[in-house]
Design a protein. Structure first.
Lengths: 195, 583
């Protein structure tokens, strides 16, 4: 049975890069991997979802995670976290950045941004942990590394060795940015204290 | 290289790799989601001439020439692009090839970024062109390689049909080496093969019939088509990514996986059907396979007809086998569709067109987003270049102006707007056409085109003089304006709309994703702001609202991280409350 990880958020948050690092780390670890997303919304502020599936025994078939079988949801924004909850398994782990990015349909439209998204997430019954990845990344001086901070936090729950993560990050980012991204990854690991 | 030859590739990257390994030396196409990444990936691999052609018809015609001259060629497009290339496509089936010719058509079930979800597989049957459908990235590579060989072996173009979940999914691919194809490159003189006058075409038609018979024999024994055993008495015939969903939804089923989906292998299908009690066909979009299986006299169970709409998934296939369908969860959360970027030059054009109460005909590009609220300023979008044609049709049918204005992007104009413009001039139309010249093919990822001055390989290319071209076509009035200068833009549009002559307005301002411009962000002076909400109506994602400041209506606020300082909001503010910080 594959491990199913869904990354969800808003275009521009580096979600596809994060899923690329995750998939690469899984490949290096010897897993069979597939991932899938819809391109193009990333630059236009739309919702972005990336499915990553990896398996130790046998091939991963569907590149899309079957609804209700997401084991780990990495949500980079609160509204998108709520949008993705129905796709998660009842016992799924949710790591969510407590960021609000208000969509046009709220700013200039009839919709409303959920009043208490963290409460709603808690009420879903999933195991929810808040990871303020943007805050951590800002402290490091590089807001664009928020996606890697989130991966660091997620790594605590994944059967992937540190060396695999390090190599995957090296392959994914520019050489000059490797040092900073490795630090961001470590901050992500440290920032999440599992109760 | 001592490192592993296994890597993660998207379907698109894998197609490029497969073409490269097969010794392809010519690649052409036009950007179209989800196919756009194939040609850039092929360009990176080197050893191949690649170009963005003006449109898919040009791309396929150029490839036909390259193939005639002996080169192995790859042509890439999305599903609606095949409509544009359909004219050469149908007759190439008669002509055949010299160097292999593989045409990739990438479908978009569920229309993630298209105007329809047509099923490209119908083209293969209609044109009698063999077609391969890979199910994942490894097959995307292998099938492209095999397609090139089949093309030369059977003297036929070959269609490689993918879609979003193949093209934009990534999986493990085992890399191979490149075959160097040593052949003389030069045009072959053989009019009976290449000149499709009726006398010659009739002979080629007879050859096509023989070719199809040989392809059917090939289909029966190739392991592109394979039966996978299972327990239980259910059999599934399937192809493409639907195979993966079927495998996941019904792990016990016997599966006949078809990799070559035109022509089909009748005996293999009949034999498979005989081994199972209940046979289903699992495919996305049209019942293309199902109808052909039924025509063989094989009994096929029905699935809910609604499964022919949109994408499949493992859970939808599982539900279908139970006789049900799953509607996608609607939910009442605020939607987050794509929007025009902060600073997008199209924004000012739509604001002004709306103010002038124009009926706006448009087509495919970032500017199609102008139809969404709050701009709500685009009234039609049919296909590439259609806005110009539709404005002209309204004009000539009604006999008087109804304030119709066509908008078209610069790349779309090159693709199929020029002919529509000539049509207006030639037939005496008086429409206004606004060419939204942002210097790129934006929506598909910022590719170059004949108006940008650069080609796919990054080398400088001849740049079309758009105003000159419009004048040469016979349009009496051609004006270039800056779409961020709202006063001048409005005055020009008003004059054009009032005129009884045809008019082209070129709204020229670079796409912010390409220019990466960063002017001083704007700031709203809350002492002067009366919360009238006019700035919110321009639909800029950098302007949001706060409700914590004790005003009756929400207080607009500009996100300095998103604002590129285009100044549009400052121009619409009636109280001059928007300016640069420290003003």
């Amino acid at each position: 049975m594959p491990t199913n990880i869904l990354l969800s958020g808003v275009g521009g948050q580096g979600i596809i890069t994060a899923s690329k690092v995750l998939a690469e780390a899984a490949l290096i670890s010897g897993f069979h991997v597939k991932k899938s997303e819809v391109h193009g919304m990333s630059q236009r502020g739309g919702s972005v979802e990336s499915h990553v599936r990896f398996s130790a025994d046998g091939r991963v078939h569907s590149p899309l995670i079957p609804v209700g079988q997401t084991d780990i949801l990495l949500a980079f924004e609160l509204l998108e976290a709520l949008r993705s909850i129905p796709t998660t398994a009842p016992e799924a782990l949710v790591l969510v950045d407590d960021r609000r990015i208000v969509p046009m349909s709220v700013t200039s439209g009839p919709f409303e941004y959920p009043a208490a998204p963290l409460d709603q997430l808690a009420a879903s019954g999933r195991r929810v942990h808040v990871v303020s990845s943007l805050t951590v990344a800002n402290d490091l001086g590089e807001p664009r590394a928020a996606n890697i901070v989130m991966l660091g936090a997620a790594s605590r729950f994944l059967p992937i060795e540190p060396q695999a993560w390090t190599e995957a990050i090296r392959r994914a980012v520019r050489p000059k940015a490797v040092e900073l991204n490795l630090r961001a990854f470590q901050e992500g690991i440290d920032t999440l204290r599992v109760e | 290289m001592a490192t592993s030859t296994k890597t993660i590739l998207s379907g698109n990257e894998a197609v490029a790799r497969g073409a490269w390994e097969a010794g392809t030396t010519f690649g052409s196409g036009y950007p179209g989601t989800p196919s756009s990444e194939i040609l850039p990936a092929l360009t990176q691999l080197e050893g191949c001439y690649t170009e963005w052609s003006v449109n898919e018809k040009c791309a396929l015609e150029a490839a036909a020439g390259a193939s005639l001259a002996g080169a192995r060629t790859l042509v890439t497009m999305k599903h609606v692009g095949l409509n544009v290339a359909a004219d050469p496509f149908f007759t190439l089936s008669y002509v055949g090839v010299n160097g292999g010719l593989v045409i990739v058509s990438a479908d978009d079930p569920a229309m993630h970024s298209s105007q329809n979800e047509q099923d490209s597989r119908n083209y293969a049957r209609a044109a009698k062109v063999p077609m391969l459908e890979p199910s994942d990235s490894q097959e995307a590579k292998e099938f492209t390689r095999i397609a090139m060989q089949l093309s030369e072996q059977f003297d036929t173009p070959v269609l490689l049909r993918t879609m979003t979940r193949i093209a934009h999914s990534e999986g493990i691919v085992e890399l191979g080496d490149r075959v160097e194809v040593r052949r003389e490159c030069g045009p072959v003189r053989d009019p009976q093969k290449y000149v499709m006058i009726p006398a010659y075409a009739r002979k080629r038609r007879a050859l096509m019939r023989e070719r199809t018979a040989r392809l059917v024999e090939f289909a029966e024994q190739t392991d592109l088509n394979r039966a996978e055993p299972g327990s239980g008495d259910i059999g599934l015939i399937t192809s493409s990514v639907a195979y993966e969903y079927a495998r996941e939804a019904a792990p016990q089923a016997c599966i006949l996986k078809l990799g070559l989906t035109w022509p089909l292998p009748p005996e293999k299908i009949r034999q498979f059907a005989a081994t199972v009690h209940k046979l289903y066909v699992i495919e996305e979009l049209d019942p293309y396979l199902k109808e052909q299986v039924l025509a063989l006299g094989v009994q096929v169970e029905d699935l809910p007809e609604s499964l022919q709409i949109g994408e499949l998934s493992p859970e939808r296939v599982a539900a279908g086998l139970r006789g049900e369908d799953i509607s996608p969860p609607t939910g009442d959360l605020a939607p987050r569709p794509p929007v025009l970027c902060p600073g997008c030059p199209h924004r000012g054009v739509f604001m002004t067109l709306k103010k002038l109460k124009a009926f706006v005909t448009g087509d495919i590009g970032c500017y199609t987003l102008g139809t969404l609220p709050p701009l709500s300023a685009l009234d039609t979008c049919l296909c590439m270049g259609a806005g110009i044609g539709e404005a002209h049709g309204i004009d000539m049918a009604c006999g008087e102006s109804h304030k119709q204005v066509a908008v078209i992007g610069d790349s779309t104009f090159m693709h199929s707007g020029i002919t529509g413009l000539v049509n207006i001039a030639y037939n005496g139309g008086s429409s206004v056409v606004v060419i939204l010249d942002n210097g790129t093919t934006a929506m598909t990822g910022g590719q170059d085109h004949p108006g940008t001055g650069f080609t796919l390989s990054g080398r400088p290319g001849k740049q079309v003089d758009i105003p000159g071209l419009c004048r040469a076509a016979g349009i009496p009035n051609v004006t270039v304006v800056d779409p961020r200068d709202l006063d001048r833009l409005q005055a020009t549009l008003q004059e054009a709309m009032d005129s009884d002559q045809a008019w082209v307005i070129i709204a020229q301002c670079g796409c912010v994703l390409k220019t990466r411009e960063h002017n001083e962000p704007r700031v709203i002076n809350e002492d002067l702001c009366i919360q009238c909400g006019l700035c919110l109506k321009i639909g800029c994602p950098a302007i949001t609202t706060r409700t914590d400041v004790g005003t009756d209506k929400p207080q607009p606020v500009i996100d300095a991280g998103l604002c590129v300082g285009c100044g549009l909001c400052a121009q619409v503010c009636p109280k001059e409350a928007i300016g640069v910080a420290d003003e």
